[in-house]
Each structure stands twice: as structure tokens, then as C-alpha cells.
Design a protein around this ligand. Structure first.
Ligand code: ZN
Length: 140
């Protein structure tokens, strides 16, 4: 899987922020939906990412009970937390959490760039090197 536990990844939400779409992040039909960032806290047994979800999102969520803690090998501190499970295609990129550098990771080469900010419409970063040498991979 592309992303790791502890990564903050980008997903789309609708205008009411009540639903996280389980659709391809790059589906042009959803290009105008907002991008939010959630932390990966684990994986399901069938390769869905388990993302921690803030209180204001109420649809399609799972409340972690003892059974999920055991089944998904989650830290017990997540008991009663809200999560959502998403396939990799619904994730648009990641920002490795680093409180000292606030680095972003290039969507193409996966290199980490301290102090970088998003430069793509979807809220991700493509570094200068990739923009100049791998333009054929850039779809927006
Ligand atoms: Zn790059």
C-alpha cells in the first residue's frame, strides 16, 4: 500500500462536509469538491485505509468498538473514535506529519520537501524536478 500509518492523506468531502466520497480522488466529476486531510490510523484486513475523522463528519462513519480494536489491531486509545475506511484510489496524496518542517511529499517521486506548500488544484504537491521532467504524468 502506498501510504503508511501516521500519514496525513487527502480526501474529498461534499459541500456539507458530512460525507467522504469513496470514489477515485481524480475523478473529474468531483474536482470541485473540497479537499480535507485525515490521518491513517490502520488498515482493514481487505486493504482499506482506516482514517480518523473529526466530529463534524457524521455519515458513513464507523465508531470503533472493542471488536474493531482487536480485528484491525488498533491502539486501544481509539476506542469510541470515529473512523472511515477508504480504498487507495480515494486518496489523493499525503503529507507526512512533521511538526518541525511541515513538509509535503511530492505526489510523483514521493520525496519530502520541508516548508513546501501545495501547488496543484487538488491540494497536493508536484516538485519542480517532476514538473520539468515528468510532465506526462501530470493530469491537472
Ligand atoms: Zn517530485
Amino acid at each position: 500500500m502506498l501510504y503508511s500509518i501516521g500519514d496525513f492523506v487527502l480526501v474529498r468531502v461534499n459541500e456539507f462536509e458530512t460525507l467522504v466520497f469513496e470514489v477515485d480522488f481524480y475523478n473529474p466529476n468531483y474536482a470541485n469538491f473540497a479537499v480535507r486531510e485525515f490521518e491513517i490510523i490502520g488498515y482493514t484486513n481487505n486493504n482499506y485505509y482506516i482514517l480518523a475523522i473529526p466530529e463534524n463528519i457524521t455519515q458513513d462513519i464507523i465508531i470503533i468498538e472493542a471488536n474493531e480494536i482487536k480485528k484491525w489491531k488498533l491502539p486501544s486509545t481509539y476506542l469510541n473514535h470515529k473512523v472511515i475506511c477508504l480504498l487507495e484510489c480515494a486518496v489523493g496524496g499525503r503529507r507526512k506529519y512533521d511538526p518541525y518542517t511541515n513538509a509535503m511529499v511530492c505526489k510523483i517521486c514521493q520525496n519530502s520537501y520541508p516548508y513546501a506548500i501545495a501547488n496543484r488544484i487538488d491540494g497536493t504537491l508536484i516538485c519542480w524536478s517532476c514538473r520539468t521532467t515528468k510532465g506526462y504524468l501530470i493530469d491537472n
